[in-house]
Design a protein around this ligand. Structure first.
Ligand SMILES: CC(C)(COP(=O)(O)OP(=O)(O)OC[C@H]1O[C@@H](n2cnc3c(N)ncnc32)[C@H](O)[C@@H]1OP(=O)(O)O)[C@@H](O)C(=O)NCCC(=O)NCCS
Length: 170
């Protein structure tokens, strides 16, 4: 099994996931700061996000055009092993199926190469577009986590915990 440093490239049907590096930070930060994304993404993206436990990929669509980011975090405690995913695409890329393609690609890697049996994702309960996209891939709602995360407006918002087992990936 590969180390937790993750692979350099994962190819989807139309997207390519490439390990993000320092040169990607300005573009990824600008995507996260766009109003359509920042309303659902609590903290600005900085180079420190490349130094933490999350493994971050730039989502490329059509050559080296960076359309967004997708990242995973692994819980490696053996009796609770799972991986969590986050994703954000630039506004001009929304609604074109790139999100589900990127999610399927990363989910396949986490199930097949990293040996996970369960993945999680936790959109804001009000983020209907994200919930629709995640459901298409096979994630199921588990339940609402009340006042789960503080938004940029300073208020606590509900989150929807969703999970997916290996055999549910579609
Ligand atoms: C969430 C996100 C990753 C989804 O990726 P995507 O490529 O846009 O996903 P899709 O192309 O499948 O579009 C989402 C689906 O929701 C539908 N949709 C769009 N707006 C919607 C809304 N307001 N309510 C419900 N469904 C909506 C789309 O029609 C589409 O379904 P369809 O293909 O069956 O018509 C992307 O939109 C994004 O980055 N959004 C901003 C950041 C964000 O919310 N990140 C998630 C944080 S948890």
């Amino acid at each position: 099994m590969e180390s937790n440093n993750g692979p350099l490239l994962l190819a989807g049907q139309r997207v390519v996931l490439r390990r993000a590096n320092l040169a990607d930070v300005p573009r990824l930060a600008a995507i996260i700061e766009s109003p359509e994304v920042s309303q659902w993404w609590g903290t600005p993206f900085t180079e420190r996000d490349l130094e933490g436990e999350e493994v971050v990929f730039a989502v490329e669509v059509g050559g080296d055009d960076v359309a967004g980011l997708i990242q995973y975090y692994e819980e490696n405690e053996p009796d609770y092993r799972s991986a969590g995913i986050d994703i954000a695409l630039a506004p001009e890329q929304h609604g074109r199926g790139h999100g589900p393609d990127a999610l399927r690609t990363l989910a396949r890697y986490l199930f097949e190469q990293r040996g996970h049996h369960r993945l999680t994702i936790d959109p804001a309960a009000a983020n209907t577009r994200a919930i629709a996209a995640y459901s298409k891939v096979g994630f199921k709602p588990v339940g609402v986590m009340r006042r789960y995360e503080r938004g940029r407006d300073g208020n606590w918002h509900d989150g929807l915990l969703m999970d997916m087992l290996h055999e549910e990936l579609c």
